[in-house]
Write a protein that binds this ligand. Structure first.
Ligand code: CMC
Length: 434
């Protein structure tokens, strides 16, 4: 591989009486990497890095994070500039294609998306198999995976046309799918997409309009929804994206690979944190109980963590959290919910945690999920829908990363190794003799 990287020196490793040279490469930005591909062949040893804290898994040109300085770039553009000036579909085009579109390219892209917003009607029946109280993420994992049963003409990863069609379908149908999941769980009729509306507006209408009343969009809510999607669109090689890449590396078709990403996102350490964070804010209940929860978060014997704080990569304020905080302020002032207890608790919790020695020393800052849950709650979504909304935004990132991997000529099946610490070879003992 090594398409855009520059050779920047050599690491010398002395091992088992042998000295080997490993190339060091520099990317456009970020730490250099030591290329250890030849290590096993040359020395017979592997590297061990559970949690991948020092391991780069791929070369990518999509997203860059500088965790020390709190910088997030998509194809070079800072996230705050995109959130301020762009829209989710334009950011999607950028992630998928590498450049911002001109007007003609954008119109063509938007048109293509709107041609694919509807779901196969048979998929609606699929929902009836779920209990109404199923977790929305359980329904999303199942239905995204099931898309391959409905769109078999876009499953061949090796065919660029099928790959493009699958990308467009996933991006176009995800809002329809997510809205149906919401409607199914609240027992209301499904609302079909209206293609004259923008992506976020269409989604909100499919969620919140009912046949008995005329639906009127609120532009502040539409803008907030669009921003939520932009902020979650991609985030480099996180757990769900790495899951998508690993699943796709075996040649699995795109819908299966994205369903794997959805499943990974659900965990509370990842996309499920937005749901967990809002539940935590409700559990705290009042500003005077914050010190009790801060003390629990610091107690080594208590598994409790302050949800929405800390990040594997960011050791500074998550730049997405800043934009999200601003969006929440816009929402609360538009909807006149300034006195919302949850908002008051969130702001005070952030203030106290940012001054607390434990959080300062460990560089634990609010992450995107600290405020995204409040934004989604204020827009009107129930807590268990939050991670579905995250998946809705992240789909374009997953698809872009999957395509990048497949298009890399050096792509091979992902196959990590291990250090084995189980029993040494031993002989089978019949059950009567055990
Ligand atoms: N509250 C209290 N202590 C914490 C927290 C927290 N939220 N996060 C990390 N720590 C402590 C942790 O106990 C450890 O302390 P020590 O070194 O004394 O053992 C230290 O900070 C480092 O934590 P870690 O678990 O080794 O760090 P990690 O990089 O493996 O985990 C994380 C990152 C995001 C899973 C973690 O910070 C966390 O669990 N945060 C809460 C969940 C959350 O908000 N997740 C959303 C992440 S952003 C959205 C996304 O990208 O998915």
């Amino acid at each position: 591989m090594i398409n855009k990287t520059k050779r920047n020196g050599t690491a010398i490793l002395k091992i088992k009486g042998k000295t080997i040279e490993l190339p060091i490469y520099s990317g456009t930005d970020g730490p250099d990497v030591i290329d250890v591909k030849s290590l096993y062949a040359e020395t017979g040893v592997f590297t061990l890095d559970p949690g991948f804290t020092s391991t780069g898994s791929c070369e990518s040109q999509i997203t860059f994070i500088n965790g020390e300085e709190g910088i997030l770039l998509h194809r070079g553009y800072p996230i705050d500039q995109l959130a301020e000036n762009s829209g989710f579909l334009e950011v999607s085009y950028l992630l998928l294609n590498g450049e911002l579109p001109n007007q003609a390219q954008f119109s063509e892209f938007s048109h293509r998306i709107t041609q694919h917003t509807m779901l196969h009607t048979q998929m609606d029946r699929f929902f009836l198999g779920f209990r109404r109280d199923s977790h929305p993420m359980a329904m999303l994992t199942g239905t995204v995976g099931a898309m391959s049963a409905f769109y078999p003409d876009s499953m061949d990863n090796t065919d660029p046309d099928e790959r493009r069609l699958a990308s467009i379908r996933l991006l176009a149908k995800m809002p329809t799918l997510a809205a149906r999941i919401y409607k199914y769980s609240v027992g209301q009729p499904f609302v079909d997409p209206l293609n004259e509306l923008g992506y976020a507006e269409n989604f909100l209408r499919m969620c919140f309009s009912i046949p008995a009343e005329k639906y009127v969009s609120n532009p502040v809510l539409v803008r907030a929804m669009d921003r939520l999607l932009i902020l979650q669109a991609d985030h480099e090689q996180n757990a769900s994206t790495s899951t998508v890449r690993l699943a796709g590396s075996s040649g699995a078709h795109p819908y299966a690979s994205i369903a794997a990403g959805v499943a990974s996102l659900w965990g509370p350490s990842h996309g499920g944190a937005n749901e967990a964070c809002l539940r935590m804010l409700h559990e705290i209940g009042s500003v005077d109980r914050i010190p009790e929860f801060i003390a629990r978060a610091k107690d080594k014997d208590d598994p409790f963590r302050l949800m929405g704080f800390g990040h594997r990569v960011y050791k500074n304020y998550d730049p997405r959290a800043k934009v999200m905080q601003q969006t929440v302020h816009e929402l609360v002032s538009e909807l006149d919910v300034k006195t919302s207890p949850v908002m008051q608790i969130a702001m005070e919790l952030e203030r106290i945690a940012l001054e607390d020695e434990y959080f300062v020393e460990k560089k634990l800052y609010p992450n995107v999920d600290f405020y995204s849950g409040i934004a989604m709650d204020t827009i009107g979504f129930p807590t268990d829908m939050f991670t579905v909304l995250f998946a809705l935004g992240r789909t374009v990132g997953w698809v872009s990363q999957l395509n990048e991997m497949i298009e890399d000529p050096a792509q091979r099946i992902g196959r990590p190794r291990q250090i084995y610490t189980g029993p040494a070879k031993r002989d089978y003992v019949p059950i009567s003799k055990r």
